[in-house]
Design a binder for this molecule. Structure first.
Ligand code: CO
Length: 198
């Protein structure tokens, strides 16, 4: 018996559905990729990059981690940004957070969660930057929502300050960095209006 047979079955049907409409789709796409967008999002299973913006394979270059963080020492994320900007020449980097983010929620509490606490520390730092504004909100749900937004805004700044993006702007490349947030409850995106360009 095939392990996880249901997934292989689904995969076969998916590939068949695409090739029925566009017989050369995979052959053509296998030769090269030229996505216009880099998506930096949360690993949350409910926030799938391609589906949310209805882009087919080849449409979007993706990096996901817990709470969509761009940490200046994270070689994984930085390598993705470098490849996307310098080799693929993406024109837009989208940092997309989401309301109800478990990583953000965990960073708001004082419980320990093991290894991941080291990752969550980065989010706790962001809370400290905005402590006055966040603490002023009495409603915990409202505070949680604002914190999710603040995190996206900080990550847009982090992307913009990387040597990779700074170099691209100096070289006159068309490149913008956007901050978006996704609502799990209705499937809709909101632009936080913090777009940076050269
Ligand atoms: Co999340």
């Amino acid at each position: 018996m095939e392990i996880l047979a249901n997934l292989f079955e689904a995969n076969k049907n998916w590939a068949k559905g695409i090739t029925e409409k566009q017989p050369n789709f995979f052959k053509e796409l296998s030769k090269q990729q030229s996505p216009k967008y880099l998506w930096i999002g949360c690993s949350d299973s409910r926030v799938p990059a391609n589906e949310i913006v209805a882009l087919p394979p080849g449409g979007i270059f993706v990096h996901r981690n817990i709470a969509n963080l761009v940490v200046h020492t994270d070689l994984n994320c930085l390598s993705v940004i470098q490849y996307a900007v310098e080799v693929l020449n993406v024109q837009h980097i989208i940092v997309c957070g989401h309301y109800g983010c478990g990583g953000i929620k965990a960073a708001m509490g004082n419980q320990t969660h093991g290894l991941i606490d080291n990752w969550l520390r980065h989010i706790k730092d962001i809370y400290r930057f905005h402590q006055e504004e966040l603490d002023a909100l009495e409603d915990e749900e409202e505070r949680f929502r604002l914190f999710c937004e603040k995190n996206v805004i900080e990550q847009v700044a982090n992307v913009s300050k990387t040597g990779i993006v700074q170099q691209a702007w100096k070289a006159g490349k068309e490149l913008s960095v956007h901050g978006w947030i996704y609502n799990l409850e209705d499937g809709l995106l909101k632009d936080l209006g913090v777009c940076t360009t050269k």
